[in-house]
Design a protein around this ligand. Structure first.
Ligand code: SF4
Length: 544
């Protein structure tokens, strides 16, 4: 990795080593003095990465005392899964969205100073090094890395050449397969282009990953809705994908047009219906304060997100920022685009966030763009906190998944209750089955079951999904532990996953369907085998 400000960080580590009385908050106090140029405090994993790089490049002498002081004890991960983000190489995007950053070193829409983008750049966009080194950094600070969700970002995945995509995904699986329990060392990134990779190579490494130490429990691609076609959906499934992130941005054709997004609302409808019929989890991006929109328009636009044509499972809210060298920046300078004031933005978010249904997870309400890169618009990195405080003041409860997650709390089986929430989409009946705590409404685990509508049940474009229901997601919260470890009282061990799957099978039977399929990630195939599921072509299934 490339370290800017080496001298500053060398001083930081010297201070860590020389401090006589080392207390619980000593590290935080020191880190606060050495913020990066955006005023951001280094995260623990970033600190370990910087330390190891300085030692590796002989700028700093290895010291046991530093290692002890910067490493963490094994941590609990809220979602039970380690998430690794990987960026594809810079590549043109067919879109001309007026707000989209133009950083020539980056895939379209990313800025090289964003933390994840920095890591990708330092790894020369080598997918192997990105996955491998990130996992080693996390492992070295005590994270359990046995269950890994890979998020492949970089503008529009669907427009990259197939050869590149095959190589890229295969390299990600190779990196996962090459890490063992004892691996500690980092690898050097390679920048010599990509090698010819076949579907057979990929399948071989996918099979290897089924029993690897680092198993892939989720694979996510980011793309544009108008590039979602039946062929594209099948291809993503062959890569092992389980979730797709798509830019909805707005549900107004007028606003899409004004912002040169180059597609219609109908393209998003079509993408949602194809992805849902194929059992994918759908993670939407929505943008308030686009050029031409108003506070009132944004609030009513948000409501449409949960109409039958969309209903995202997860949502990122990205308030539009004005980034220099974009068309939006020119409009801003001409006085034609006026970003919301903080008060207006908080108003939009306070009115919309509470409308999020219980089945949806609001994963973000701000994009991680360093404030130094924003010409105008929101620069507050703690916007979520500000909105939450405002909602508390107004005594409004938020019911989305993220605000109800159990996190690391211990759970007693008798304090947990099963909840079934049914909602209709244009292509299915969706049943969101969850276990939640009786008293505090905390969610311990959930499953998304999709029952295709009558007129679609026998003519899915993926034949193996015909005449059955589809489990689109099973998620159990708790400490990150080995997938097959024994019970010790954490939610993951209470057999919640199995009970959720049983509940889905019961519902399927009641609907008089004889087959249930699951969009399993490569590393969860063994888990489903134990529950009686068999691999078909792209999915696992059980006759019931
Ligand atoms: S589609 Fe996405 S990456 Fe492409 S120009 Fe628009 S915002 Fe940027």
């Amino acid at each position: 990795m490339i370290i800017q400000n080496k001298e500053k960080y060398i001083k930081l580590f010297e201070e860590i080593a020389s401090k006589k009385e080392w207390e619980k908050d000593s590290l935080n106090k020191i880190l606060r003095k050495y913020k990066d140029y955006n005023g951001k405090i280094l995260r623990n994993d970033e600190l370990v990465e910087v330390y190891e790089e300085l030692v590796r490049s002989n700028y700093l002498q290895e010291k046991k005392i530093i290692q002890e002081r910067i490493r963490l004890r094994p941590t609990r991960s809220n979602s039970g899964v380690t998430v690794v983000t990987v960026l594809t190489k810079p590549f043109p995007c067919p879109g001309k969205c007026i707000y989209c950053p133009n950083d020539v070193c980056m895939p379209k829409s990313y800025i090289s100073s964003e933390p994840g983008a920095q890591r990708a750049l330092a790894s020369k966009f080598d997918p192997y090094a990105q996955v491998y080194n990130r996992l080693i950094a996390l492992k070295n600070i005590g994270h359990n890395i046995e269950k890994v969700e890979l998020i492949i970002l970089g503008g529009t995945w669907s427009v990259y050449p197939l050869d590149y995509k095959l190589w890229f995904v295969n390299q990600c699986y190779c990196a996962l397969n090459d890490i063992s329990k004892d691996t500690k060392e980092y690898v050097e990134p390679r920048d010599n282009g990509f090698e010819k990779t076949t579907w057979e190579d990929l399948e071989k490494n996918q099979r290897k990953n089924e029993t690897a130490y680092c198993r892939n429990v989720g694979l996510v691609f980011e793309t544009r809705p108008d590039y979602i076609s039946e062929r594209e959906v099948i291809e993503m499934r062959k890569f092992g994908a389980t979730k797709v992130q798509i830019g909805i941005q707005s549900l107004s054709d007028k606003i899409l047009e004004m912002n040169h997004i180059g597609r219609s609302v109908d393209s998003a409808k079509n993408a949602f219906s194809l992805l849902r019929r194929a059992g994918f989890k759908i993670h939407g991006h929505w943008m308030p304060n686009l050029y031409g929109s108003t506070v009132k328009d944004d609030i009513s636009d948000f409501k449409k997100l949960f109409g039958k044509d969309f209903c995202p499972d997860e949502l990122k809210i990205y308030p539009t920022s004005v980034i220099p060298n974009t068309e939006l920046a020119s409009l801003y300078r001409e006085g034609l685009h006026i970003p919301y004031s903080e008060k207006e933005l908080v108003e939009v978010l306070s009115k919309t966030i509470p409308l999020t249904p219980r089945y949806c997870r609001l994963s973000r309400i701000i994009r991680d763009i360093p404030s130094s890169e924003i010409e105008a618009g929101n620069k507050k990195t703690n916007l979520r906190q500000i909105v939450e405080q405002e909602l508390e003041r107004r005594r409004i409860k938020v019911n989305d998944i993220r605000s109800r997650e159990i996190k690391g709390e211990s759970i007693e089986w008798k304090g947990v209750v099963l909840e079934k929430l049914e909602y209709k989409t244009s292509v299915s009946d969706e049943i969101f089955i969850s276990y939640k705590t009786k008293k505090t409404d905390r969610i311990c685990g959930f499953l998304r079951l999709s029952i295709p509508k009558k007129d679609l049940i026998a003519n899915n474009f993926i034949e193996e999904l015909n005449n059955g229901s589809i489990i689109r997601e099973v998620h159990v919260y708790g400490k990150v532990v080995g997938i097959e470890e024994e019970s010790n009282g954490e939610s993951q061990h209470l057999g919640l996953g199995k009970s959720l799957v049983n509940a889905a099978e019961e519902i399927t039977k009641k609907r008089k369907l004889k087959k249930i399929s699951v969009i399993s990630a490569i590393g969860t195939r063994k888990y489903y085998e134990k529950l009686g599921y068999t691999k078909e072509e792209l999915y696992m299934f059980k006759n019931i």
